[in-house]
Design a protein around this ligand. Structure first.
Ligand SMILES: C[S@@+](CC[C@H](N)C(=O)[O-])C[C@H]1O[C@@H](n2cnc3c(N)ncnc32)[C@H](O)[C@@H]1O
Length: 217
């Protein structure tokens, strides 16, 4: 995937006219596999929202208030325009704020953070920053399937030059990172396939594998 790719949307989003945006990522099949708490009436934040798929999902699940945040960048500016287009078409009340997660302020009942941990250089600091402002966290992130075969909490330092990924954990490592940052893990999914039918790397699980953790502060 190319973070600065302008034509395609980042997220496949179903619009009220029945169309679905042409996108790099279709997370609709992943939604029922995540350990969602009851979000009705809750104040929620979607961290690193991109086009807003997860923020709209939080709203759909009955959140009282949803803030979608993303760190200012060229990629984010492209995504924001698409977020606003989808927001208008969906008649959504999600609020958008340009903000770095390390400077996140306020008080939330629930934070969603999808595929953000892998793109920050300091993942433990990021998890601590979210714990300062939210009571609950649903973390979804890429995991390494090969490293999951080893019985230890591990991370691979990927450090791609394009800033695409820094650390990629195995599921035990992801859990340990969450706990080290002071969270209590309530649930963790098995390894989930988040992209199918591409090259051999996705088919054998060297790429395209994720894991979700629900945690309380
Ligand atoms: C791989 S994309 C994931 C987008 C979306 N959450 C998803 O699940 O598809 C990573 C997102 O995190 C954002 N991001 C990266 N570092 C951030 C930071 N320090 N604070 C807030 N957002 C950040 C990026 O701008 C981008 O939108």
């Amino acid at each position: 995937m190319a973070p600065d790719e302008p034509e395609r949307w980042w997220h496949a989003i179903e619009l009220p006219d029945g169309s679905v945006t042409d996108a790099w990522w279709d997370f609709r099949p992943l939604v029922p596999k995540l350990p969602w708490p009851d979000l009705r009436g809750k104040r929620c934040v979607d961290i690193g929202t991109a086009d807003g798929f997860w923020a709209f999902e939080l709203e759909r699940r009955g959140a009282a208030d949803v803030v979608a945040i993303d760190r200012p960048s060229y990629f984010q500016s492209l995504c924001r325009a698409r977020f606003e287009e989808a927001q208008t078409k969906l008649g959504s009340r999600v609020r958008y704020e340009e903000c770095d997660l390390y400077e996140l302020d306020g008080e939330f009942d629930f934070a969603f953070m999808g595929y953000v941990l892998q793109v920050v250089a300091d993942p433990l600091g990021a998890l601590e920053a979210v714990r300062r402002v939210s009571r609950e966290l649903l973390l979804l992130d890429t995991v390494s399937l090969p490293l999951s075969l080893l019985p230890a909490p591990l991370a691979r330092l990927d450090a791609r030059r394009d800033g695409g990924e820094w650390f990629v954990f195995n599921p035990r490592g992801l859990r340990k990172a969450v706990e080290t940052a002071g969270w209590n893990v309530e649930a963790q999914t098995r390894v989930l396939a988040d992209k199918r039918g591409l090259d051999w790397k996705h088919r054998v699980g060297v790429r395209g594998r994720a894991c979700a953790i629900l945690a309380t502060a």
